[in-house]
Ligand binder design. Structure first.
Ligand SMILES: Cc1cc2nc3c(=O)[nH]c(=O)nc-3n(C[C@H](O)[C@H](O)[C@H](O)COP(=O)(O)O)c2cc1C
Length: 404
């Protein structure tokens, strides 16, 4: 497979093709942010505002995009964020994304909200897989701990707790499209589904035929519900009393790598480090919660400075080009994740489409490293920037005055 198969030469191409293939409400659910979409736009603007300088006549014939994360090699400093939505893009899409990530050699985070079981996805990825698992917490300590036992017994070693949703997000377009959770089969929604008969047969039809109604199969038995179940709403909105103490309980029960996801400040990252976590995922949830949130890219340098080097700092939200991975590494990130690109890929061509998204990131990163005269990820640093803003780490002066 090569970049350009399926007619997609970049991530935006995948997005445009996906838009034509899935119902409007489903596409909007994946694509949109909260309220006015300010954070979604700013996530991209932060990346595109940074200018990087090429360096000429450097031997880059032995270059590599490879890195190491939690002791395991990755083909590039990229991982898949949890979304639990790939099954709405392609039947079996969640396993498909995991298979694609395994083939590319990058970590992939399985979401608690996936409609495929954590066991099945683990098996699909196979031996070489580097699967992480993401949970939300419940105030009921026993439920959370029971959940942890199941995840541990499957074999997952890295756990991410998403903590940015004390209350539900304000996404008005979902309501207008009739695509709120719990899902109600309204006339508006039916009209959209019928407008995409291919998707209806390929994705939803297959699901109902083979597995029945989409279900939250990774929830504890007490909470398992269909996505049409009114209980769902209750479960998602009763998390406004969670604190660091709840994280601590999980820390005490989870022997593997533990990270929290959804913070946007150096202050919270410092607390996470003090609490004995292995790292954080700076994220504004792809612009889906606080609409005026900074882009994680804009806070990664100050976070790195606050937590030091022996603590993993991952960022997501807005990366769409291989050059974005290079920019984020130069700002202090260890790994960059995103969720939407592999979802759009899944909508285009299932596992192969998700792999295509990863291939785009890797080939673009390789190309831009060559253009910048960089041979490996360790060589990436703030010196690559031209005229950087103050939220980017400043490089030591590299040039000696010619006149000296
Ligand atoms: C459709 C969709 C579903 C998501 N579901 C989850 C989820 O279940 N758990 C979670 O921690 N984050 C979830 N996220 C947020 C992603 O993990 C990630 O933070 C976001 O996609 C980053 O933005 P980007 O994909 O635009 O780079 C979801 C995002 C999208 C777009």
């Amino acid at each position: 497979m090569a970049v350009g198969d399926f007619g997609a030469y970049n991530i935006e191409d995948l997005r445009q093709i996906a838009k034509k293939r899935v119902p409007r409400g489903v596409f909007g659910y994946v694509d949109g942010g909260s309220e006015d979409g300010i954070a979604v736009k700013n996530n991209r603007d932060a990346y595109t505002s940074l200018k990087i300088k090429n360096r000429v006549l450097v031997d880059v014939s032995g270059r590599s995009t490879e890195t190491t994360i939690f002791g395991r090699k990755a083909t590039m400093p990229y991982g898949v964020s949890p979304t639990g939505t790939a099954g709405l893009m392609w039947y079996g899409g969640e396993a498909g994304v995991a298979i694609a990530a395994t083939k590319m050699g990058v970590p992939c985070t399985v979401a608690l909200n996936a409609q495929t079981s954590m066991e099945e996805i683990w098996e699909a990825a196979g031996e070489g897989g580097n699967l992480w698992f993401q949970v939300y917490m419940w105030p009921d300590k026993d439920l959370s701990l029971k959940q942890i036992d199941r995840i541990k017994s499957v074999g997952y070693e890295t756990l991410i707790i998403t903590v940015d949703g004390p209350v539900g997000s304000n996404r008005e377009y979902n309501k207008k499209n009739g695509f709120s959770m719990p899902l109600k089969y309204s006339a508006t929604l039916f009209a959209q589904l019928l407008a995409k008969p291919g998707w209806l047969i390929r994705v939803l039809g297959q699901h109902y035929l083979r597995r029945g109604a989409p279900t939250m199969v990774n929830y504890p038995d007490e909470l398992i519900s269909r996505i049409t179940d009114p209980m769902l709403k209750h479960m998602h909105t009763k998390t406004d009393n969670l604190t660091w103490e709840h994280v601590q309980r999980i820390r005490d029960a989870w022997p593997g790598n533990l990270l929290i996801k959804g913070l946007q400040s150096a202050e919270d990252a410092v607390i996470a480090k003090e609490r004995g976590l292995e790292g954080v995922v700076l994220s504004n949830h792809g612009g889906r919660y606080v609409d005026s949130a900074p882009a994680p890219l804009q806070v990664v340098a100050e976070t790195r400075k606050a937590v030091g080097n022996n603590f993993t700092v991952i960022i997501d939200s807005g990366a769409r080009r291989g050059s974005d991975l290079v920019k984020a590494i130069a700002c202090g990130a260890d790994l960059i994740m995103s969720g939407r690109p592999t979802l759009w890929g899944a909508a285009v061509a299932g596992t192969d489409g998700s792999y295509q998204a990863l291939e785009i990131f890797q080939t673009e990163m390789d190309r831009v490293m060559a253009q910048l005269g960089l041979n490996n990820v360790d060589e990436i640093g703030p010196h690559i920037f031209w005229n950087p803003p103050n939220w980017v780490p400043q490089a030591p002066p590299m040039l000696k005055a010619v006149a000296e």
